[in-house]
Design a protein around this ligand. Structure first.
Ligand code: BTN
Length: 250
């Protein structure tokens, strides 16, 4: 893929959002950056949510790149973020316990529960009709789940690894950066296929949060990464980034 290049790493103590800093650096002329911070005062999650994290406890990471629109299908950015995050966590947690949740969360099986360990958001600013700046923002709970009361189904890496003493946020930053760069050397088709295989969602029962009482079945993942589902009356519907869904991982 034409996007493959080595990113420069920038570390900050406090920022509003590492995604915003990545955009600023790209605007100043950097081609490819990784921005990490010890703390964010206005961390962004998907669908207008905030992303909370205590100081120096977790990975707050953004990968930014300046590129031409032809270089990559933008909907693959989140996919790259989630595949790279899963790969990074596989060094610390058994592969079989890590699940990608559609569209772009990473979950870990702990006892009999599945809990969110990481979230991914991708954002793009268009410079003109040919060029843009894109940022993949990744938050991974490393040492601490920010707010157990409000996020009961979250887990931190330290709670679910046997390698607690080997956890080092700087090292994980490099591992995640390398995994993103490695994935970017693959073809779009290969990335998409790896992702759909990892997701393993086809044929599963899907509950859409806004329609709790209704049940859908996952039919296929469209080329633009949206999910095609069907209800019991064979009515089809497309699920995208703005929807929150529930389904059994296994
Ligand atoms: C989600 O699950 O809703 C996505 C959360 C993404 C959070 C990360 S933390 C680093 C980067 N900077 C932000 O402001 N957000 C992302």
């Amino acid at each position: 893929m034409a996007l493959a290049s080595k990113a420069k790493i920038f570390h900050f103590e406090i920022v509003e959002s590492t995604n915003d800093v990545a955009f600023e650096l790209l605007k100043e002329g950097e081609k490819s950056v990784v921005v990490v911070a010890d703390w964010q005062t206005a961390g962004r999650g998907r669908n207008g949510k905030t992303w909370e994290s205590s100081k120096q406890k977790n990975l707050l990471f953004s990968f930014g790149v300046s590129h031409s629109i032809k270089d990559i299908s933008l909907y693959l950015l989140q996919v790259i973020g989630s595949l790279a995050t899963k790969k990074t966590l596989e060094k610390y947690i058994d592969k079989e316990r890590i699940y990608l949740k559609y569209p772009n969360d990473v979950y870990v099986k702990t006892d009999d529960e599945y809990k969110k360990i990481a979230g991914i958001i991708s954002e793009t600013n268009y410079l003109n009709e040919n060029n843009c700046h894109s940022v993949i923002g990744i938050g991974v709970n490393i040492m601490q789940v920010p707010d157990k009361e409000n996020v009961p189904n979250a887990v931190a890496l330290a709670e679910c690894t046997k390698l607690k003493n080997e956890i080092n946020i700087e090292k994980i930053t490099l591992e995640l950066k390398n995994n993103i760069e490695e994935i970017l050397t693959n073809s779009e088709e290969n990335i998409f296929n790896t992702w759909t295989k990892e997701l393993n969602i086809i044929g599963k029962k899907i509950i859409v949060l806004q329609e709790e009482k209704k049940q859908y079945f996952a039919l296929s993942i469209l080329k633009d990464c949206r999910l095609l589902v069907e209800d019991s009356e064979k009515q089809q519907k497309i699920i995208d980034n703005g929807d929150t869904i529930r389904y059994e991982f296994q």
